[in-house]
Design a protein around this ligand. Sequence first.
Ligand SMILES: Nc1ncnc2c1ncn2[C@@H]1O[C@H](COP(=O)(O)OP(=O)(O)OP(=O)(O)O)[C@@H](O)[C@H]1O
Length: 328
Amino acid sequence: MIELEGLTKHYGDVRAVDHLTFTVRPGVITGFLGPNGAGKSTTMRMMLDLDRPTSGTVRIDGRHYRELHDPLKTVGALLDAKAMHGGRSAYHHLLCLAQSNGIPAGRVREALDTVGLTSVARKRTKGFSLGMGQRLGIAGALLGDPRILMFDEPVNGLDPEGIHWIRNLMKGLAAQGRTVFVSSHLMSEMALTADHLVVIGQGKLLADTSMADFIAENSRAFVTMRSPDQERLREVLRGAGIDFVPGAEGALEVEGEDAAHLGELAARHQLVLHELSPRSASLEEAFMRLTAGSVEYHAHENHRPAAAAAPTAEAGGQWGAGWRKKGS
Ligand SMILES: Nc1ncnc2c1ncn2[C@@H]1O[C@H](COP(=O)(O)OP(=O)(O)OP(=O)(O)O)[C@@H](O)[C@H]1O
């Protein structure tokens, strides 16, 4: 278990982490989400005593990291996959880690095997691809067979097979009763991986909830309506007291009404419709709405693709940019 209480970190005027209090529990995957610059890496560094908090505490199984006898046997972490000596082989990289942490040398082969690097164990790591580096970093995290695992953006730059592998590995570790804490800036990825969510923005806690509750609370259902006479459609909806928001490419989005009722309303007014489709908003959109007020790096509106009604995280840096207030 990891417990944070009032954890705070200032870099000069920047409040990178601002009074974070939450608990990461064993047996589930906890996703740590936030837009770029939200403070995820800083929080994880403080958990591992790599950065000193301005105030507040982190407890790992009830103790401060510094008080752990064999830290790698309690908590394993992948923070920066490139943080390794390029001249060493994968085997020797892990052997050094094992020897300096009182871990039996036999664990090196087991860890290499778990991450699928046995065939390149003797190769120097400087020739490794990003994916191989990530796997080696994960082998380092698993080396001490720790009860707690932390991964900072583990799927960054990985191909679909690598992403699938990491996802299943984390699920397996949680199923064994371990504490698994994983950061990401992609809600879509977390939706497939995490059981619990902790969301931060500008260092502050925005949500601490189960994935099931987040989905239940945020699955916005709406109907997209499109007519060749869009102005009349607006008038008809307003006349019936129905709220709407602008959608993609001039369409309108209506919440809280079913499509059949809206179709009948249009028919009564002899209004031609070119589209009447029930939809549900993506979790990515719900996440963007949650973090909209706390985005550090906004993309310029003019750079948005024309059809991006619900911008995806992959489009880059558009947190909250596409969210419109109801009735605007
Ligand atoms: N060593 C440092 N010195 C000064 N400012 C820093 C330092 N490290 C982080 N920051 C600032 O603290 C804030 C949080 O950064 P952090 O890297 O923790 O965010 P993050 O959520 O991990 O972002 P990303 O998803 O982009 O990695 C940012 O405003 C960042 O510029």
